[in-house]
Design a protein around this ligand. Structure first.
Ligand code: DP6
Length: 398
């Protein structure tokens, strides 16, 4: 299990890592360099059968410079966040080797090549930085034979990335220390804990997000009194409640709190000055639709959550998916390729009662949702054993 011996001067490791979606949102840093948050957050890791990043990291004495390729195109390896992850993994490797240069271990001075690919469109705004940095750190850790403290390293790439280092239900604990050593991710429950839970990602048509989360949350920290109140008072209470709902597999409680927390996050964006708008007319349409659907059934059967972009994520139990997907199909009739409208896990067919249609499907918006991805909670980063799956060849190039 030690780092791959660099006998032939080339060592390589490939990992995959998941996307996660927060149900108690992270928004705001108390330290922008170390990426320390103003509040704890909690997320669900999504299954890699539907969404994943794959990353290969290679080191060789023959490489003359560090290089990075993202989705096949060369990118800036000097990016401070990439460099922070690289530096931290190497520091942990050095610590693990106890200072003495282990001859069997890969030399830390070799240059590295990294190639990373998402199996989903980056432009679709699906939390690609979380999966990306979690995968980078996993592959580097494997290359250098490091196993501990990895969520703290992934945090240095992107805050939300630390939560993608575990499967199932994951808390990123805020921590107290100024050096960030206690600001790390912990698994609350594994992906097997709630087998009926399903996730629908509604990929909406249209542009990319206007303000990135890194810049947006900083403006919020500087200007929003609501965000301060949220971090100090609201989130600590909600986090404890959310943990209980997850332990109890209480969808009503889980769903309601997820919706409220998404709404409060977007309220802090409106409370930011100048204000930031991530929700669109379509988001509001989806929100109203979910509430009409729940009202029709008399309890919470679906719950929405939105991050710093226009895509909606819906939580539901397995027995609700077919009916709600049919509601979505009627509400957002696909413009073209109707057969590809629903992707991922299979979805059964459902007939809607006229009462349901009349109460819930009020004003259809054709083509507004590009497609729906049906998935569920899944495991954390995985090692890819099959060498034919490496994203870099024996020459160290993609
Ligand atoms: C709205 O993790 O992308 O998705 O730490 O600056 O990289 P940086 O920000 P990022 O922010 C994610 C914000 C969010 C909520 C969440 O995932 O908790």
């Amino acid at each position: 299990r030690a780092a791959m011996a660099a006998e032939r001067g080339l060592a390589m490791a490939t990992c995959t890592a998941p996307v996660n979606i927060a149900v108690i949102k992270y928004w705001g840093k108390r330290d922008t360099d170390l990426i320390l948050p103003i509040n704890s957050s909690l997320s669900v890791t999504l299954h890699q059968d539907q969404l994943k990043t794959t990353t290969t990291a290679a080191a060789s004495q023959d490489f003359t410079e560090d290089r990075l390729w993202l989705n096949g195109k060369e990118a800036d390896v000097g990016h401070p966040r990439v460099q922070a992850c690289l530096r931290e993994v190497r520091r942990l490797a050095r610590k693990r080797r106890g200072g003495g240069e282990d001859t069997a271990a890969l030399s830390l001075s070799y240059k590295i090549h990294i190639a990373s690919e998402n199996d989903f469109p980056t432009a679709a705004g699906l939390a690609s930085s979380a999966a990306g940095y979690a995968c980078l750190v996993s592959a580097l850790a494997r290359l250098y034979g490091v196993e501990e403290e990895l969520s703290e390293v992934a945090r240095r790439g992107s805050g939300s990335a630390c939560r993608s280092m575990f499967g199932g239900f994951v808390q990123w604990q805020r921590g107290e220390r100024p050096d960030g050593t206690d600001s790390l991710a912990l698994q609350v429950a594994p992906e097997t804990h709630w087998p009926e839970l399903r996730v629908l990602v509604l990929v909406v048509s249209g542009e990319k997000k206007p303000v990135g989360s890194t810049a947006g949350m900083q403006t919020s920290v500087e200007t929003s009194p609501l965000l301060k109140h949220r971090a100090e008072v609201v989130v600590p209470e909600r986090l404890a409640q959310m943990m209980r709902h997850i332990q109890d597999r209480d969808f009503e409680g889980f769903g309601q709190l997820a919706m409220r927390d998404s709404n409060q996050f977007h309220a802090t964006c409106l409370d930011t000055f100048p204000p930031i708008f991530y929700l669109t007319d379509l988001s509001r349409h989806i929100i109203a639709l979910a509430h009409r659907y729940n009202a029709h059934h008399g309890h919470t059967k679906v719950a929405y959550t939105f991050d710093a972009g226009p895509n909606a994520v819906i939580f539901a139990l397995a027995d609700t998916v077919a009916e709600f997907v049919e509601v979505l199909r009627r509400s957002f009739p696909p413009a073209t390729n109707g057969d590809q409208f629903v992707r991922g896990l299979p979805v059964g067919s459902a007939a809607l009662s006229p009462e349901l249609v009349a109460a819930v499907v009020t004003e259809p918006v054709p083509g507004a949702v590009q497609y729906i991805l049906h998935t569920k909670p899944g495991p954390g980063p995985q090692l890819v054993d099959d060498p034919s799956q490496h994203l870099l060849g024996a020459d160290g190039l993609p």
